[in-house]
Design a protein around this ligand. Structure first.
Ligand SMILES: [Fe+2]
Length: 279
């Protein structure tokens, strides 16, 4: 037998995947390996660099647990999460509210709270904020059965799951919309914060001359019967990092003024969902 050339090796790897029963798995794996081999050939990847990559991915796995999701953080900081969001939901969001990345700090089953209640149940103090608006369908119909699942970092820039000073569930909550699809909840004005940069993703950001900061935001997942779920943020227009958000998550239609008032600030944000079928 004759030794394969570089390109013959790639062709043989792809050929061995040709019998993959699931056609989508076959398509994804063949494209992934075509690009992976192409990348290694393009940069003439050395054995030391290959081993550094193995060690990097191993470190990502080791630091990941129930409270820290370094793989999502890696995907976010590489822009891949944002790209998948764009592929899934499109970039023309003129009829529905723009979506953006989930991020690594979502915790399912947040506490249910009453309309108008504050998600701030302890931890660092901050400027109170009232967030209010309407949830409606793209056709304009209000969605009184909508649920908003909200979460955010405290004014010290840390989520409850990162911070022993905060009670579990601080600055998280689920709220039901009411008559006319109207909703409101109270929280604290979010701060710009750095993504966790004491692990492998932080080292990669530093090595590539990038800052770890995210533009101040409140996360929201809005769901309603008969409509596609919306995973999005509300960004503070006063943030310094709207142009350089480290996870590429800012969308123009999600930037809001946090209007100051005597009892804190108020944010008006409607959420418009795409119908999927009968409710
Ligand atoms: Fe966040």
């Amino acid at each position: 037998m004759e030794n394969a050339t570089e390109s013959e090796l790639t062709a043989e790897v792809l050929r061995r995947l040709a019998a993959t029963p699931d056609p989508r798995l076959r398509e994804v794996m063949q494209a992934l390996l075509r690009h992976l081999h192409g990348f290694a050939r393009e940069v003439r990847l050395t054995e030391d660099e290959w081993m550094a990559g193995i060690r990097f991915l191993t470190a990502i796995g080791h630091i990941t647990d129930e409270r820290r999701q370094e793989f999502i953080l890696l995907s976010d900081t590489l822009g891949l999460s944002s790209l998948v969001d764009m592929i899934t939901h499109g970039t023309d969001q003129s009829e529905v509210t723009e979506s953006t990345v989930l991020g690594p700090f979502y915790v399912p089953d947040a506490p249910w709270r009453e309309p108008g209640e504050s998600t701030a149940i302890g931890g660092p103090p901050g400027e109170p904020v009232l967030v209010r608006g309407q949830v409606r369908s793209a056709a304009g119909d209000p969605l009184p059965d909508a649920v908003l699942d909200v979460w955010q970092a405290a004014p010290n820039g840390r989520y409850d799951v990162q911070d022993p000073e905060q009670p579990a569930g601080n600055l998280r909550g689920r709220f039901r919309a009411g008559d006319g699809g109207r909703y409101e909840f109270r929280a604290l004005r979010p701060a710009d914060y750095p993504v966790p940069d004491d692990g492998p993703v932080g080292r990669l950001l530093a090595a590539t001359g990038r800052h770890p900061w995210r533009a101040a935001h409140i996360h929201v997942i809005v769901t309603a019967p008969g409509h596609a779920g919306l995973t999005t943020h509300v960004f503070d227009s006063a943030s310094r990092y709207l142009e350089s958000d480290t996870v590429f998550g800012v969308r123009a239609g999600l930037i809001r003024d946090f209007a100051p008032g005597p009892d804190g600030c108020t944010v008006d944000q409607d959420f418009v969902l795409r119908p999927t079928g009968p409710a």
